[in-house]
Design a protein around this ligand. Structure first.
Ligand code: ADP
Ligand code: ADP
Length: 236
């Protein structure tokens, strides 16, 4: 089953065409790696999938992106609803400068959840899912920015998961981390990838080979090749 379908997506920044017509399907509960050299359009394409680049001046996007069959660029699309379903994790861990608890609760409150017990329950559940509960359960009031980089990134993953999205977009989620933190984040994603649809930008070919189900190669704004990771990477 396809959760997101992109059809002939073209994107220009002013007169500069950064994406030349990308068609790609993202399958339910799989992890897709978007890979390719710097500047090839990976982030640009990723940000189309939850309309993160709508506000850029002079941007022009054509083609179609369907989320569960709905055209996300249709005027009827509710952006708040879309972003509840399609969450985002960035390269730099970006917890808000307040407690771990409030980092997670913030998004839940915006999503309209007011019940304290339900919030407590979701905070615990999402921190457990992101494999950061052990390090945070006795420190929920501690400022999230006081944790290590890898811990902060897992807090950000927990924050994204707390809303119970269908899809999580990740833009080079490990490239700002040290190798140990990076492999902890990879393990977290591997444990979760049968429960969520992940779409991850990476420039690390080995990482794509280790953790993705589908790999898509971009170059100069074109999709060069896409397929099952196990068929694309030949074991050494
Ligand atoms: P990647 O993620 O593969 O490194 P990007 O998607 O960030 O590539 O960028 C693709 C191309 O689009 C690059 O040439 C980049 O300079 C350009 N670009 C990205 N964002 C903008 C923007 N806001 N305005 C103009 N050009 C941009
Ligand atoms: P990434 O680490 O994902 O490759 P970049 O460092 O390329 O991101 O870009 C960081 C930010 O700057 C992004 O929001 C991107 O849209 C914007 N940007 C990138 N290239 C350009 C450009 N040529 N002109 C204007 N903005 C750009």
């Amino acid at each position: 089953k396809d959760v997101i379908t992109a059809k002939d997506v073209k994107l220009s920044y002013g007169s500069y065409e950064a994406l030349h017509g990308i068609s790609l399907n993202f399958h339910e509960d799989e992890l897709t790696a978007l890979i390719g050299p710097s500047g090839c359009g990976k982030s640009t394409f990723l940000r189309c999938l939850n309309r993160m680049n709508d506000d850029i001046e002079n941007i022009n996007i054509t083609g179609k992106i369907l989320f569960e069959g709905q055209d996300i660029y249709s005027p009827k699309m509710d952006l708040v609803e879309l972003r509840k379903e399609v969450g985002m994790v960035f390269q730099q861990p970006t917890p808000f400068p307040f407690s771990v608890y409030d980092n997670i609760a913030y998004g839940l409150r915006i999503a309209g959840i007011k019940d304290k017990e339900l919030i407590d329950q979701r905070v615990e559940e999402s921190l457990k899912q992101a494999a950061i509960w052990r390090e945070t359960k006795d420190n929920l009031k501690r400022n999230a920015q006081a944790f290590s980089g890898g811990q902060q990134q897992r807090i950000c993953i927990a924050r994204a998961l707390a809303i119970r999205p269908k899809v999580v977009l990740l833009d080079e989620p490990t490239s700002a981390l040290d190798p140990i933190s990076s492999s902890e984040v990879e393990e977290t994603l591997m444990d979760l990838k049968r429960k969520y649809t992940f779409i991850m930008v990476t420039h690390n070919l080995q990482q794509a080979g280790r953790i993705s189900d589908q790999t898509a190669f971009l170059m100069n704004g074109n999709l060069i090749e896409a397929g099952k990771t196990e068929e694309m990477f030949i074991a050494p």
